[in-house]
Ligand binder design. Sequence first.
Ligand code: URA
Length: 260
Amino acid sequence: MRFYRDLGLTEFYRRPVDPALLVRMPAQPEPIQEPMSSGELQSSNPEDSPIAPRKPIFAPPQAAAAVPASGRVAALQMIRDDLGDCTRCALHTGRNKLVFADGDPNAQLMFVGEGPGADEDAQGLPFVGKAGQLLNNMITAMGLKREQVYIANVVKCRPPGNRTPEPDEANTCSPFLFRQIDVVRPRVLVALGATAATYLLGARQPLAGLRGRVHPFRGTQLIVTYHPAYLLRDPRQKKEAWADLQIAMKELGLKPPAKS
Ligand code: URA
């Protein structure tokens, strides 16, 4: 099945993931937006430190009270209305469409990315470009459909040239993301990449130290993995991402779908 091959996996459900199984990786690494700063974090992996050093990262606000399932659509609409035609940070100047979110307001699984790219900016939906195709494949490999999960980003407007959002931009936008998380209150929240992990947790930490385990977070279980755009650039890391997704699946009680 294509999504297993895209994840670099075959027959993963019969035995533990093994590098020997990593066959037929997509051969088209795409340039990724992450101009890597020298960063405060000493790491050999550039995915670890995309965010400018020294500028403050805000701590997450206190979690809001749970919203009953019947009220979530309206509660999310209220957040969207509060955003309005947002001009709170400089990113609005280059925006075509504000990218709020996509998916099921009652999802058990939520993904958080960094910010819209060109395709997302044009369509007003998160993860609809090449990285989105890989994310869709990852979701399918988990035995879910995209419509069953909820997807949002740290910033809701496209950074110019797909650069990493500046801390002031992310700090301005992330309160809306926290409100979305508090409304959806997924059982599992997956941070895609270092930018998502940094602004969710409110601290710069190497991705390597965050991956591979569950972080209890705002009433959900947070799992940190690589950003799909990074996986397109370095497909060898897909097996690591798949290991992270398997942790998410275990938390959700999911088994990979049978091979057809
Ligand atoms: N990358 C992201 O982080 N988010 C998107 O919506 C698309 C690409």
